[in-house]
Design a binder for this molecule. Sequence first.
Ligand SMILES: [Zn+2]
Length: 415
Amino acid sequence: MPSCRVCQGEKPEEFLDLGAQPHCNALLDAEDADAPAYPLKVFFCPDCTTVQIDHTVPKEKMFGHYLYVSGTTETLRRHFADTTRRLIARLGLKADDLVVDIGSNDGTWLKTWKPMRLRAVGVEPAKNLAERANAEGARTVNAFFNRSSAALIRRQDGEAALVTAAGVFFHLEELQEATRGVATLIGQNGVFCIQAVYLGEMLRNTAFDNIYHEHLTYWTVRSLQALLARYGMEIFSVGLLPIHGGSLEVLAAAEGTRKVEPSVAGFLEAENRNGYGDIRVYRDFAARVWKTRDELLELLQKLKGEGRKIFALGAPAKGATLLNSFGIGRDILDCATEVNPLKTGKFIPGVRLPILDEAAAGVPDAYLVLPWNFLPELLRKKRDYILNGGSFIVAAPRPALITKDNYESFAGSDA
Ligand SMILES: [Zn+2]
């Protein structure tokens, strides 16, 4: 691969090749030709320990028009409202303080600051989402977050007390420029809050379906620290949140301006102990991915052999990775069902699976659950379906069939 996205080191080493795949969110219309496929290979940089993919699909192609809408998911809305209350108390934010949200999507998070009378502005490259957020009163700049959009906000609104990046920091093609922009915006007094899927949890859950072209980098505390240090920032607090199957919440500020909490050393020591700085851990992960494929295909083919009708539940980005990496196509699945009207009527690229409106699609014998990170919410929603003899199939953390007999053991806490 070219040099490392974080440290520019020249020796990133490949440990997983998921084959050529289309951009996962490039959903097709019926008349569209197949989407172009790009390499999806994952590398480990021995110099700064950052895990990353080598191929960059141009950001305009991936994020100019975006179909993932945060507000669709109840779990996410609640998560952002909780985070806002927690950060206000924790950081002592007050009325008129400025909060800047990177990749603010439809403004779901932005809106939560308003009742507390903070000023909030989002930066969102997708025109459709920025327009929607602005129409709903969540002030949004339609741009990619980088040094120049950061400078624009600083000129217009002053320094930020808080810059947030939830579920977007691994998307950044202009990683160095964006990080520099954050450092400028928070100055000596502000805080940068990153929430990102934790590589440690991805490894623990064999959640390889988090790997797709939109996710250029996969973070540990150590690799984030390496990046932030290049721009004079340091991490002063780390926590793990249940959202998206296990996300890091990192708080950082200008070096030396905050007391570094014991949680930082705690995470760094655990990462060291778990070998996240060693390529062997990633080779083991790759082996588990292929074992998951074998077990999942066996389960699906068994059900199919018994004449069962199987739908995919949901059509999230990670679902395209799962289906295309494992070759699960229309010989096994009839369709995917969705509640997001931006997706229904389209096709998942690669496998070309039609996406139908969930309410109109009928009821299969089993659903392959693609957004397994929202499994508890989905289990609650489909409780009657399962208790009446339907099934869920999940791929991670390991392939499993959920029926009325084991429903309770999976329906536990939120993930
Ligand atoms: Zn590196």
